[in-house]
Ligand binder design. Structure first.
Ligand code: IPM
Ligand code: MG
Length: 356
Protein backbone atom coordinates (compact mmCIF):
# COMPACT_ATOMS: atom_id res chain seq x y z
CA UNK A 1 0.00 0.00 0.00
CA UNK A 2 1.24 3.41 -0.94
CA UNK A 3 1.02 6.47 1.26
CA UNK A 4 1.74 9.94 -0.10
CA UNK A 5 3.48 11.98 2.56
CA UNK A 6 2.96 15.73 2.14
CA UNK A 7 4.63 17.57 5.04
CA UNK A 8 3.99 21.14 3.83
CA UNK A 9 4.99 24.23 5.78
CA UNK A 10 5.58 25.52 9.28
CA UNK A 11 5.45 22.73 11.85
CA UNK A 12 4.24 20.34 9.10
CA UNK A 13 7.57 18.59 8.50
CA UNK A 14 8.39 18.00 12.18
CA UNK A 15 4.97 16.60 13.11
CA UNK A 16 4.80 14.45 9.97
CA UNK A 17 8.19 13.02 10.84
CA UNK A 18 6.74 11.70 14.09
CA UNK A 19 3.73 10.12 12.38
CA UNK A 20 6.01 8.45 9.84
CA UNK A 21 8.08 7.12 12.73
CA UNK A 22 4.95 5.62 14.28
CA UNK A 23 3.75 4.12 10.97
CA UNK A 24 7.18 2.60 10.39
CA UNK A 25 7.12 0.97 13.81
CA UNK A 26 3.92 -0.99 13.13
CA UNK A 27 5.63 -3.83 11.28
CA UNK A 28 3.56 -3.32 8.14
CA UNK A 29 4.86 -2.93 4.62
CA UNK A 30 3.88 0.57 3.60
CA UNK A 31 5.47 2.34 0.69
CA UNK A 32 5.84 5.99 1.61
CA UNK A 33 6.74 8.73 -0.83
CA UNK A 34 7.21 12.37 0.11
CA UNK A 35 6.41 15.43 -2.02
CA UNK A 36 6.38 19.20 -1.41
CA UNK A 37 3.08 21.02 -1.00
CA UNK A 38 1.92 24.52 -0.01
CA UNK A 39 4.67 27.09 0.43
CA UNK A 40 7.19 24.27 0.07
CA UNK A 41 5.62 23.38 -3.29
CA UNK A 42 5.81 26.99 -4.37
CA UNK A 43 9.48 27.21 -3.39
CA UNK A 44 10.36 23.97 -5.19
CA UNK A 45 8.21 24.19 -8.32
CA UNK A 46 6.54 27.62 -8.36
CA UNK A 47 3.12 26.20 -7.44
CA UNK A 48 1.50 25.25 -4.11
CA UNK A 49 0.22 22.01 -5.64
CA UNK A 50 2.93 20.95 -8.10
CA UNK A 51 1.83 18.54 -10.80
CA UNK A 52 4.06 15.75 -9.50
CA UNK A 53 2.60 16.15 -6.02
CA UNK A 54 -0.96 15.94 -7.32
CA UNK A 55 -0.03 12.88 -9.38
CA UNK A 56 1.49 11.17 -6.36
CA UNK A 57 -1.63 11.95 -4.34
CA UNK A 58 -3.81 10.53 -7.10
CA UNK A 59 -1.80 7.30 -7.30
CA UNK A 60 -1.52 6.71 -3.57
CA UNK A 61 -3.99 4.74 -1.47
CA UNK A 62 -3.95 7.44 1.17
CA UNK A 63 -2.39 10.82 1.83
CA UNK A 64 -0.86 11.99 5.07
CA UNK A 65 -0.81 15.77 5.05
CA UNK A 66 0.96 18.08 7.52
CA UNK A 67 -0.09 21.68 7.22
CA UNK A 68 0.35 24.57 4.82
CA UNK A 69 0.67 28.31 5.10
CA UNK A 70 3.02 31.01 6.22
CA UNK A 71 2.58 34.75 6.53
CA UNK A 72 5.37 35.27 4.04
CA UNK A 73 3.06 34.05 1.26
CA UNK A 74 0.19 36.41 2.17
CA UNK A 75 1.09 38.83 -0.59
CA UNK A 76 1.08 36.23 -3.38
CA UNK A 77 -1.88 36.17 -5.73
CA UNK A 78 -4.62 33.80 -4.52
CA UNK A 79 -3.86 31.02 -7.01
CA UNK A 80 -0.31 30.71 -5.67
CA UNK A 81 -1.06 30.81 -1.96
CA UNK A 82 -0.36 27.70 0.14
CA UNK A 83 -4.07 27.21 1.02
CA UNK A 84 -4.75 26.49 -2.65
CA UNK A 85 -2.85 23.24 -2.23
CA UNK A 86 -5.32 21.77 0.22
CA UNK A 87 -8.33 23.18 -1.65
CA UNK A 88 -6.91 21.76 -4.91
CA UNK A 89 -6.34 18.32 -3.38
CA UNK A 90 -9.87 18.22 -1.96
CA UNK A 91 -11.41 19.20 -5.29
CA UNK A 92 -9.18 17.13 -7.59
CA UNK A 93 -9.50 13.97 -5.50
CA UNK A 94 -13.20 14.47 -4.80
CA UNK A 95 -12.66 14.37 -1.04
CA UNK A 96 -16.15 15.54 -0.24
CA UNK A 97 -16.57 14.09 3.25
CA UNK A 98 -14.57 15.70 6.01
CA UNK A 99 -14.68 13.95 9.39
CA UNK A 100 -13.59 16.06 12.33
CA UNK A 101 -13.94 14.35 15.67
CA UNK A 102 -13.72 16.45 18.84
CA UNK A 103 -12.84 14.23 21.75
CA UNK A 104 -11.84 15.34 25.20
CA UNK A 105 -9.28 12.97 26.68
CA UNK A 106 -9.96 12.64 30.43
CA UNK A 107 -6.29 13.42 31.17
CA UNK A 108 -6.66 16.77 29.40
CA UNK A 109 -9.91 17.93 31.00
CA UNK A 110 -8.10 20.89 32.54
CA UNK A 111 -6.97 22.16 29.14
CA UNK A 112 -10.42 23.36 28.07
CA UNK A 113 -11.45 26.94 28.68
CA UNK A 114 -14.93 25.62 29.52
CA UNK A 115 -15.99 24.24 32.89
CA UNK A 116 -14.99 20.57 33.28
CA UNK A 117 -18.62 19.45 33.78
CA UNK A 118 -19.56 21.01 30.44
CA UNK A 119 -16.88 19.18 28.46
CA UNK A 120 -15.75 16.10 30.39
CA UNK A 121 -16.35 13.01 28.29
CA UNK A 122 -17.05 15.07 25.18
CA UNK A 123 -17.09 12.93 22.04
CA UNK A 124 -18.69 14.53 19.01
CA UNK A 125 -18.11 14.16 15.30
CA UNK A 126 -18.48 16.98 12.83
CA UNK A 127 -19.01 15.93 9.25
CA UNK A 128 -18.32 18.81 6.93
CA UNK A 129 -19.10 18.76 3.21
CA UNK A 130 -15.79 19.69 1.65
CA UNK A 131 -15.98 20.22 -2.10
CA UNK A 132 -19.02 22.43 -2.62
CA UNK A 133 -20.77 25.48 -1.16
CA UNK A 134 -19.48 29.03 -1.33
CA UNK A 135 -15.90 27.70 -1.26
CA UNK A 136 -16.12 26.46 -4.83
CA UNK A 137 -19.35 27.93 -6.23
CA UNK A 138 -19.08 29.81 -9.51
CA UNK A 139 -19.35 32.60 -10.45
CA UNK A 140 -17.09 34.45 -8.08
CA UNK A 141 -14.76 37.36 -8.39
CA UNK A 142 -14.33 41.08 -8.09
CA UNK A 143 -16.05 43.47 -10.43
CA UNK A 144 -18.07 46.62 -10.80
CA UNK A 145 -21.48 46.01 -9.22
CA UNK A 146 -23.88 45.46 -12.16
CA UNK A 147 -26.97 46.43 -10.16
CA UNK A 148 -28.29 47.18 -6.67
CA UNK A 149 -27.95 50.26 -4.49
CA UNK A 150 -24.18 50.38 -5.06
CA UNK A 151 -24.31 49.89 -8.83
CA UNK A 152 -20.98 50.78 -10.39
CA UNK A 153 -19.03 50.47 -7.15
CA UNK A 154 -16.30 47.83 -6.85
CA UNK A 155 -17.59 44.63 -5.24
CA UNK A 156 -16.47 41.14 -4.33
CA UNK A 157 -18.88 38.25 -4.82
CA UNK A 158 -19.07 34.49 -4.30
CA UNK A 159 -21.78 31.96 -5.00
CA UNK A 160 -23.31 29.61 -2.47
CA UNK A 161 -24.79 26.54 -4.14
CA UNK A 162 -25.44 22.88 -3.46
CA UNK A 163 -26.72 20.31 -5.94
CA UNK A 164 -29.00 17.53 -4.73
CA UNK A 165 -26.52 14.64 -5.30
CA UNK A 166 -23.90 16.60 -3.37
CA UNK A 167 -26.19 16.90 -0.37
CA UNK A 168 -27.38 13.30 -0.64
CA UNK A 169 -23.91 11.76 -0.57
CA UNK A 170 -22.75 13.72 2.47
CA UNK A 171 -26.05 12.99 4.22
CA UNK A 172 -25.50 9.26 3.65
CA UNK A 173 -22.00 9.49 5.12
CA UNK A 174 -23.42 11.31 8.14
CA UNK A 175 -26.34 8.96 8.76
CA UNK A 176 -24.03 5.95 8.45
CA UNK A 177 -21.56 7.48 10.91
CA UNK A 178 -24.40 8.23 13.34
CA UNK A 179 -25.61 4.64 12.99
CA UNK A 180 -22.23 3.42 14.26
CA UNK A 181 -22.21 5.89 17.17
CA UNK A 182 -25.02 7.34 19.29
CA UNK A 183 -27.62 7.27 16.47
CA UNK A 184 -28.26 11.00 16.66
CA UNK A 185 -27.61 13.40 13.81
CA UNK A 186 -27.95 17.17 13.82
CA UNK A 187 -28.06 18.83 10.41
CA UNK A 188 -26.90 22.42 10.64
CA UNK A 189 -28.27 24.92 8.14
CA UNK A 190 -29.46 28.48 7.67
CA UNK A 191 -32.79 27.53 6.14
CA UNK A 192 -34.46 30.60 7.62
CA UNK A 193 -32.45 32.89 5.34
CA UNK A 194 -30.75 30.97 2.53
CA UNK A 195 -32.33 29.04 -0.36
CA UNK A 196 -29.26 26.81 -0.54
CA UNK A 197 -29.83 25.64 3.00
CA UNK A 198 -33.59 25.37 2.77
CA UNK A 199 -32.87 22.92 -0.03
CA UNK A 200 -30.17 21.25 2.07
CA UNK A 201 -32.69 20.70 4.85
CA UNK A 202 -35.27 19.21 2.46
CA UNK A 203 -32.76 16.75 0.98
CA UNK A 204 -31.35 15.66 4.35
CA UNK A 205 -34.91 15.10 5.58
CA UNK A 206 -35.57 12.91 2.55
CA UNK A 207 -32.39 10.84 3.01
CA UNK A 208 -33.45 10.31 6.64
CA UNK A 209 -36.25 8.00 5.40
CA UNK A 210 -33.54 5.41 4.68
CA UNK A 211 -32.21 5.61 8.25
CA UNK A 212 -35.24 5.41 10.54
CA UNK A 213 -33.13 4.22 13.49
CA UNK A 214 -31.18 7.51 13.52
CA UNK A 215 -32.81 10.49 15.27
CA UNK A 216 -32.42 13.57 13.07
CA UNK A 217 -32.83 17.17 14.14
CA UNK A 218 -32.17 20.43 12.34
CA UNK A 219 -30.48 23.46 13.82
CA UNK A 220 -29.68 26.92 12.49
CA UNK A 221 -25.96 27.57 12.38
CA UNK A 222 -26.06 30.51 14.79
CA UNK A 223 -27.91 28.43 17.35
CA UNK A 224 -25.54 25.51 16.72
CA UNK A 225 -22.57 27.77 17.53
CA UNK A 226 -24.31 28.76 20.76
CA UNK A 227 -25.23 25.19 21.71
CA UNK A 228 -21.69 24.01 21.01
CA UNK A 229 -20.35 26.19 23.82
CA UNK A 230 -23.45 25.90 26.06
CA UNK A 231 -24.05 22.14 26.07
CA UNK A 232 -21.71 20.43 23.59
CA UNK A 233 -22.31 16.96 24.96
CA UNK A 234 -25.89 17.07 23.65
CA UNK A 235 -24.49 16.52 20.16
CA UNK A 236 -23.50 13.20 18.67
CA UNK A 237 -22.89 13.70 14.94
CA UNK A 238 -23.24 17.07 13.21
CA UNK A 239 -23.48 17.36 9.43
CA UNK A 240 -23.19 20.67 7.65
CA UNK A 241 -21.93 22.51 4.58
CA UNK A 242 -18.39 23.55 3.78
CA UNK A 243 -18.50 27.09 5.15
CA UNK A 244 -20.46 26.45 8.35
CA UNK A 245 -18.39 23.31 8.93
CA UNK A 246 -15.17 25.29 8.69
CA UNK A 247 -16.33 27.63 11.44
CA UNK A 248 -18.08 25.14 13.73
CA UNK A 249 -15.24 22.63 13.60
CA UNK A 250 -12.76 25.21 14.90
CA UNK A 251 -15.13 26.03 17.75
CA UNK A 252 -15.66 22.34 18.50
CA UNK A 253 -11.92 21.72 18.44
CA UNK A 254 -11.32 24.40 21.01
CA UNK A 255 -13.88 22.87 23.40
CA UNK A 256 -11.28 20.22 24.02
CA UNK A 257 -8.71 22.89 24.80
CA UNK A 258 -6.13 21.18 22.70
CA UNK A 259 -6.42 21.60 18.97
CA UNK A 260 -3.01 19.93 18.90
CA UNK A 261 -4.80 16.65 19.64
CA UNK A 262 -7.44 16.56 16.93
CA UNK A 263 -7.11 14.54 13.73
CA UNK A 264 -9.24 14.72 10.62
CA UNK A 265 -10.05 12.67 7.56
CA UNK A 266 -11.25 13.83 4.14
CA UNK A 267 -12.72 10.96 2.17
CA UNK A 268 -13.93 10.28 -1.35
CA UNK A 269 -16.75 7.89 -2.27
CA UNK A 270 -14.37 4.89 -2.05
CA UNK A 271 -12.80 5.77 1.29
CA UNK A 272 -9.58 6.93 -0.27
CA UNK A 273 -8.60 9.78 1.95
CA UNK A 274 -6.40 12.62 2.97
CA UNK A 275 -5.53 12.75 6.65
CA UNK A 276 -4.35 15.84 8.42
CA UNK A 277 -4.26 17.41 11.87
CA UNK A 278 -7.07 19.90 12.48
CA UNK A 279 -4.58 22.59 13.41
CA UNK A 280 -2.61 24.81 11.07
CA UNK A 281 1.05 25.32 10.25
CA UNK A 282 1.85 27.47 13.32
CA UNK A 283 4.82 29.25 11.69
CA UNK A 284 5.55 31.03 14.98
CA UNK A 285 6.77 27.79 16.58
CA UNK A 286 8.07 26.02 13.47
CA UNK A 287 11.48 24.41 13.81
CA UNK A 288 11.58 24.82 17.57
CA UNK A 289 10.79 21.19 18.27
CA UNK A 290 7.91 22.03 20.60
CA UNK A 291 4.87 21.33 18.37
CA UNK A 292 2.43 18.62 19.43
CA UNK A 293 2.60 15.73 16.93
CA UNK A 294 -0.34 13.81 18.42
CA UNK A 295 -3.02 15.20 16.08
CA UNK A 296 -0.92 14.00 13.13
CA UNK A 297 -0.24 10.63 14.75
CA UNK A 298 -3.97 10.26 15.42
CA UNK A 299 -4.65 11.26 11.80
CA UNK A 300 -2.38 8.39 10.76
CA UNK A 301 -4.55 6.14 12.95
CA UNK A 302 -7.66 7.34 11.11
CA UNK A 303 -5.84 6.57 7.85
CA UNK A 304 -5.14 3.03 9.03
CA UNK A 305 -8.81 2.61 9.88
CA UNK A 306 -10.58 4.22 6.91
CA UNK A 307 -8.26 3.93 3.91
CA UNK A 308 -5.76 1.15 4.66
CA UNK A 309 -8.21 -1.27 6.25
CA UNK A 310 -6.02 -1.91 9.30
CA UNK A 311 -8.42 -1.24 12.17
CA UNK A 312 -6.37 -3.25 14.67
CA UNK A 313 -3.30 -1.11 13.90
CA UNK A 314 -5.43 2.03 14.27
CA UNK A 315 -6.50 0.81 17.72
CA UNK A 316 -2.86 0.17 18.62
CA UNK A 317 -1.81 3.71 17.72
CA UNK A 318 -4.75 5.26 19.56
CA UNK A 319 -4.05 3.16 22.65
CA UNK A 320 -0.40 4.16 22.53
CA UNK A 321 -1.38 7.84 22.49
CA UNK A 322 -3.66 7.33 25.49
CA UNK A 323 -0.88 5.53 27.31
CA UNK A 324 1.56 8.36 26.71
CA UNK A 325 -0.98 10.84 28.10
CA UNK A 326 -1.56 8.59 31.10
CA UNK A 327 2.20 8.59 31.69
CA UNK A 328 1.94 12.36 32.13
CA UNK A 329 3.97 13.23 29.05
CA UNK A 330 2.91 16.55 27.51
CA UNK A 331 4.04 18.93 24.81
CA UNK A 332 3.91 22.62 25.72
CA UNK A 333 0.40 23.23 24.35
CA UNK A 334 -1.21 20.70 26.71
CA UNK A 335 1.21 20.98 29.58
CA UNK A 336 -0.13 21.19 33.14
CA UNK A 337 1.51 21.26 36.52
CA UNK A 338 2.70 17.85 37.65
CA UNK A 339 3.25 16.60 34.10
CA UNK A 340 6.48 16.09 32.21
CA UNK A 341 7.07 18.57 29.45
CA UNK A 342 8.63 17.07 26.34
CA UNK A 343 9.32 18.13 22.77
CA UNK A 344 8.00 17.01 19.39
CA UNK A 345 10.61 14.29 18.88
CA UNK A 346 10.34 12.87 22.36
CA UNK A 347 6.57 12.68 21.97
CA UNK A 348 6.95 10.70 18.74
CA UNK A 349 9.45 8.40 20.45
CA UNK A 350 7.16 7.95 23.45
CA UNK A 351 4.29 6.83 21.20
CA UNK A 352 6.59 4.39 19.37
CA UNK A 353 7.71 3.01 22.74
CA UNK A 354 4.11 2.69 23.93
CA UNK A 355 3.27 0.66 20.80
CA UNK A 356 5.49 -2.09 22.08
C1 IPM B 1 -9.62 24.06 7.23
C2 IPM B 1 -8.88 25.30 6.84
C3 IPM B 1 -9.01 25.49 5.34
C4 IPM B 1 -10.47 25.69 5.03
C5 IPM B 1 -8.16 26.64 4.74
C6 IPM B 1 -6.70 26.47 5.09
C7 IPM B 1 -8.34 26.74 3.27
O1 IPM B 1 -9.35 26.40 7.56
O2 IPM B 1 -9.25 22.97 6.76
O3 IPM B 1 -10.56 24.16 8.02
O4 IPM B 1 -11.00 26.81 5.12
O5 IPM B 1 -11.13 24.70 4.71
MG1 MG C 1 -10.78 25.91 9.04
Amino acid sequence: MKIAILPGDGIGPEIIEQAVKVLSALGEKFEMETAPVGGAGYEAHGHPLPEATLKLAQQADAILFGSVGDWKYDTLERALRPEQAILGLRKNLNLFANLRPAILYPELAGASTLKPEVVSGLDILIIRELTGDIYFGQPRGMREAPDGPFKGAREGFDTMRYAEPEIRRIAHVAFQAAQKRGKRLTSVDKANVLETFQFWKEVVTDVHKEYPEVALDHMYVDNAAMQLVRAPKKFDVIVTGNMFGDILSDAAAMLTGSIGMLPSASLDANNKGLYEPSHGSAPDIAGKGIANPLATILSAAMMLRFSLNKPEQADRVESAVKMVLAQGLRTADIHEQGCTRIGTNEMGDAVVKALA
